[in-house]
Design a binder for this molecule. Sequence first.
Ligand code: HXC
Length: 510
Amino acid sequence: MKEILQELERRREVARLGGGQARIDAQHARGKLTARERIDIFLDEGSFEEFDMFVEHRSTDFGMDKTKIAGDGVVTGWGTVNGRTVFLFAKDFTVFGGSLSQAHAEKIMKVQDMALKNRAPIIGIYDAGGARIQEGVAALGGYAEVFQRNVLASGVIPQISIIMGPCAGGDVYSPAMTDFIFMVRDTSYMFVTGPDVVKTVTNETVTSEQLGGASVHTTKSSIADAAYDNDIDTLLQVRRLIDFLPQSNTAALPEIECYQSVTDPDMSLDTIIPANANKPYDIKELIQKVADEGDFFEIQASFARNIVCGFGRIEGATVGFVANQPMVLAGVLDSDASRKAARFVRFCDCFNIPLVTFVDVPGFLPGTAQEYGGLIKHGAKLLFAYAEATVPKLTVITRKAFGGAYDVMASKHLRGDLNYAWPTAQIAVMGAKGAVEIIFRKDIADPEKIAAHTKMYEDRFLSPFVAAERGYIDEVIKPHSTRRRLAQGLKMLRNKDLTNPWKKHDNIPL
Ligand code: HXC
């Protein structure tokens, strides 16, 4: 028996070495950890249960029958993150560049199926060059089966991708169908085809960073939700995110002990809005003051910064915050902001995470650049997302809520459950200047008359009271009581029961 156990251990040792010490050293020299080191950091200590350590590919073409490596370039299994089960797979770049063979795909599918069956999140750690070229269509088929499972699991269990090396082909398309993508600065890249192929096909010379580095995908393409400085930081941040998420679309929201009173007023909020309505303030300050212990996990912080999205907790339970950011483009809604927030709202709705929306929006951004870029369709995404959402929706208008953007930002008319306004709110079709220039066009040459009209318009419309008179605002609240009001509202809405009419699925304007 002792020899049998020793033989098992010997085989395990070989498998754990993946592509061998030289390739592990090369991985470290590039500033990257190995697949197994990443799993060790990501999961609770000692919780990893591995599957399929001895799986090998079955390819014989191109001399592949002479190069078989136990595990075949991906480490799979399950473990826990702060005690909660997650399934995961980590691509091993030291084995055929982490590329996907049919056998490798079967390993991933096994954990995908188990995650779905057992209703737990699945995390993919990517560092790989896509379909294994030597396997041809068998690898393509393998990827398509992984994609199919991504789609079936979408909206049922959280799926998270962590990009930790150069990734191409299927190793970017599978992540693209998951809920969140995180990258590591300077060592991870995402592209459908790498710089060499780009040079051949388009004669364009680009570096990996220019083509698909974290700087591109967090600021320009919006493919990635965040990037961090190194492997360890990235893995720890994703652990933090998982703490906010439920296990599945039917599981309860995770709740943790809340150490900050929800009843204490925060008097600093009474002065957060500047006296001059055109002066900006940082909406993140409000989010951090309302969220338990100021803990806020922001999504896409570097893209469309005119809207802020992310997770926090109120009285221990997760909420999704969406807020216009007056510091950037005065918080206007444009195509990028609409797309960003729409996707976030839909994620929260899938997983029963209540939405808290802070509104300070001067409207939609006018102009040809936006119109040609499809503002109508992109803006409609956010409108659609809020309107279809059945989770508790709590809205606080802090200042401007103008025009269509008032409607869009979780207004009462889109089944907002609790719609509050601060006394500083201005709810109108547009700001005073634009309104007066349109309705009093005949007086435009007379500054005195225009000033009088402006004053009248401001007094009548630039307040929360016209909306409150109609019941579009449930209550005008004092800013310092915002956290208490939201906590009470969330408690009241715990058993909210609202369903949309049966349909196969909706037809959101994609
Ligand atoms: C087989 C691969 C491979 C692949 C990399 N390797 N990608 N082997 N199939 N797809 C191997 C390399 O041959 C090399 O082996 C080792 O992995 C490391 O690769 P390098 O090129 O030395 O590393 P690096 O310079 O860092 O470049 C990484 C890379 C590049 C950017 C990923 O390797 C690359 O562009 N690979 C091809 C990407 C690709 O086009 N894949 C197919 C996509 S199609 P040795 O032994 O020499 O060290 C696809 C279909 C899905 O995925 C469908 C999508 C809808």
